[in-house]
Ligand binder design. Structure first.
Ligand SMILES: CC(C)(COP(=O)(O)OP(=O)(O)OC[C@H]1O[C@@H](n2cnc3c(N)ncnc32)[C@H](O)[C@@H]1OP(=O)(O)O)[C@@H](O)C(=O)NCCC(=O)NCCS
Length: 135
């Protein structure tokens, strides 16, 4: 499912990264975890990776923030509340880590993700253009 969300990454890299997070409960130096949604037959319907970030745009700098690192519900299962349930689990996890805020981001052309974020209580903080220059 990670490879579906981020097709640019190699499958083996995704596997290594998620295995490491599940093994250590960390992403780098900060706590992180992954929630999955299963269908009645045990098939995977969606996932949400959440981790702490030391700061996020628009959030109080005084404490870490729960950050939605990855969030996907497989297409046939969308629109049934699964994404909301995954987010609620991630928010409970972030609360248990002492967070008082959640943050997230998405691509400027991903309107359905933006609608889902807003339906679930997120407010837009800003819109960015990222630059790169070789040295
Ligand atoms: C974003 C995503 C995870 C939402 O999952 P989902 O299971 O369809 O979401 P839910 O059914 O739980 O819907 C949650 C809320 O968002 C709203 N919503 C979800 N998709 C929407 C859409 N395309 N347009 C408008 N509202 C939408 C729902 O109406 C619901 O609001 P409500 O609680 O007021 O009824 C899913 O659309 C997805 O996997 N998209 C592709 C990957 C992606 O863009 N991920 C986010 C990258 S950060």
């Amino acid at each position: 499912m990670r490879a579906e969300l981020w097709p640019d990454g190699a499958y083996e890299e995704h596997l290594a990264e998620v295995s490491e997070t599940m093994r250590t409960g960390m992403n780098g130096t900060l706590p992180a975890t992954c929630f999955v949604a299963e269908g009645a037959g045990g098939e995977l319907l969606g996932f949400l990776e959440v981790g702490l970030r030391s700061h996020a745009d628009g959030c109080d700098v005084a404490r870490p923030v729960g950050f939605v690192e990855g969030w996907l519900v497989r297409e046939p299962a969308r629109g049934q509340g699964i994404g909301a349930a995954l987010l609620a689990a991630a928010e409970d996890w972030a609360r248990s880590q002492g967070c008082r805020e959640m943050a997230s981001d998405t691509w400027i052309d991903n309107l359905s993700s933006q609608r889902a974020h807003e339906a679930l209580g997120f407010e837009v903080v800003d819109r960015c253009v990222n630059y790169h220059k070789a040295l």
